[in-house]
Ligand binder design. Sequence first.
Ligand SMILES: Cc1cc2nc3c(=O)[nH]c(=O)nc-3n(C[C@H](O)[C@H](O)[C@H](O)COP(=O)(O)O)c2cc1C
Length: 375
Amino acid sequence: MTQTTKIFSSFQLGATQLPNRMVMAPMTRSRATNAANVPTNSVVTYYEQRASAGLIITEGSQVSAQGVGYINTPGIYTEEQVAGWKRVTDAVHAAGGRIFVQLWHVGRVSHPAFHGGELPVAPSAIKPEGVKAFTGQGFEEIPTPRALELNEIAGVVDQFRQAARNAKRAGFDGAEIHGANGYLLDQFLQDGSNQRTDEYGGSVENRARFVLEVVQAVVDELGADRVGIRFSPQGSSSIQDSDPVATFSYVTEQLNRFGLAYVHVIEALPGHPMATPGAPAVAAHLRKIFNGAFILNGGYTQQTAEEALANNEADLIAFGVPFIANPDLVERFQQGAALNAPDFSTFYVPGDKGYIDYPSLEEAVAEPANDVYHD
Ligand SMILES: Cc1cc2nc3c(=O)[nH]c(=O)nc-3n(C[C@H](O)[C@H](O)[C@H](O)COP(=O)(O)O)c2cc1C
């Protein structure tokens, strides 16, 4: 174990002061188990339990009905949803934490079952390969989406503007724009999913236009120092770009004019399930280009995180799965304590098991027989 402990030092992230450099990565948990997609009591407890993270980034929260692609994911476009999220932010703040919402539009990674039988929308009518939709009927084939008309695009940007306004009313400290993992913003950026011939397609300047318009809209509502954006330049099975270094370097350079709180990049360490063998390394380029705070994510441990921070590869490290299984991940790292093992079977299913019943260190000591993972 490295001797440095930069990970426990404080950091000024735009307008938000963080007590440590450990970010809880955004993770869909599909617990908004009601027809209105409102965060439930269990969602409140889940985030409250994780309030010692330097920053919590919520699961993707859809900005509109059009932006839905999965069952039981929470929205941030109705009054009821805003009220539900307000209960979450109040609980996290009362527990001493900080929380950003991840603003999400899935674009083509969806199914007519979520849209009254209509096709999902995308920059171009290109079907995503290698992914399925999970609807009320289980896994279903994703159809070829409908390309957005030029005159519809401003309306989609407005969905993000309204969601950012709602995020403020819901008491969030800020918002992360979901530009990663093959969803709508990523679909515009990467040339494998964008073959438009108008000003939103073709050149990298055109492919970045929608992303930059969304950033402007969210910044208008929240202030740049409360806005971050997430990218996954190495793509995934469902999306690719012919020159990711050029595409993501361009958009990152353009982001410099806003003064955003951060750029958050997923670039999984070798051997991680999200790693794309053979994909070019992009994060190190973006780190050099971007003039604000930089978050790295993808398979980090305490040790590899400390190394990345010591090498100035990032200012903050986001941890995903470790935070699912360890509500007190920060304290466990501080004490060099063992980590709970994640139960993958409960990542996305309804119920509190594998959601809010992972024991903290204190609980584990108080009740050593309380082993929820082997029952
Ligand atoms: C259950 C689960 C749900 C996820 N949902 C999201 C999401 O809503 N938004 C997002 O940007 N990434 C999502 N991710 C990706 C994580 O944020 C993160 O990039 C990934 O888990 C790798 O980090 P880790 O190795 O620290 O877990 C999800 C990952 C998991 C395991």
